[in-house]
Design a protein around this ligand. Structure first.
Ligand SMILES: [Zn+2]
Length: 194
């Protein structure tokens, strides 16, 4: 489930569509929450061997910690990559805004958080774009993502959270415990099995 104050917009023919804020969304806001309407495809699904579906799945799905391919049922599947992403996927089943988003700002993720591929080409408009993702990037970058998530979570209790009802109950409980005590943080590291 994508944050309600976002919209789908056409960017350009190379990038295609992207997801943009329609109103101010402060850092610390849940931008996307994994929800029961998302489609989960097992890695053993025959759909992944079917040429009619395989490319669509690989294009639109992200992969989660249990190895499934998840296709967001709404505009979440159009969120683009950025090497300086505005949202970071957490260990709690949601993505969090790591900086304030003004109306018109793009919601982006670092695809290195989502892919099981050995490597993947990356495109963003930053001059220091990494250009390519390899599996090693996850191990190198997850401490940085954890720092970003922890900083954003400090603001979590003070900002509107329209997606909070969609959090998985166990994750929500773990999050409340962390926010209350500073202990038991669920690292981004848990998103990958290697
Ligand atoms: Zn880039």
């Amino acid at each position: 489930m994508q944050h309600p104050n976002t919209e789908l917009k056409f960017v350009n023919p190379e990038v295609g569509y992207g997801v943009f804020a329609t109103q101010f969304i402060p850092a610390g806001t849940i931008i996307y929450a994994r929800c029961s309407l998302d489609i989960a495809i097992s890695p053993s699904s025959p759909l992944l061997a079917d040429p009619a579906y395989r490319d669509l799945i690989l294009k639109y799905a992200y992969t989660n910690s249990d190895g499934n391919y998840i296709i967001c049922w709404d505009i979440g599947k159009y969120v683009n990559h950025c090497c300086h992403a505005s949202a970071v996927s957490t260990g709690y089943g949601f993505d969090i805004a790591v900086r304030d988003l003004q109306p018109g700002d793009e919601i982006t993720n670092d695809y290195a958080q989502f892919s099981f591929d050995e490597e993947m080409d990356l495109v963003c408009h930053f001059p220091d774009c990494r250009k390519k993702f390899t599996r090693q990037d996850f191990g190198r970058l997850h401490p940085y993502w954890d720092e970003q998530v922890k900083a954003a979570l400090k603001k979590f209790p003070q900002v509107p959270q329209p997606l909070q009802p969609y959090l998985e109950p166990h994750a929500a409980s773990d999050l409340q415990h962390y926010l209350a005590t500073g202990e038991g943080y669920r690292s981004v590291r848990n998103l990958r099995p290697w």
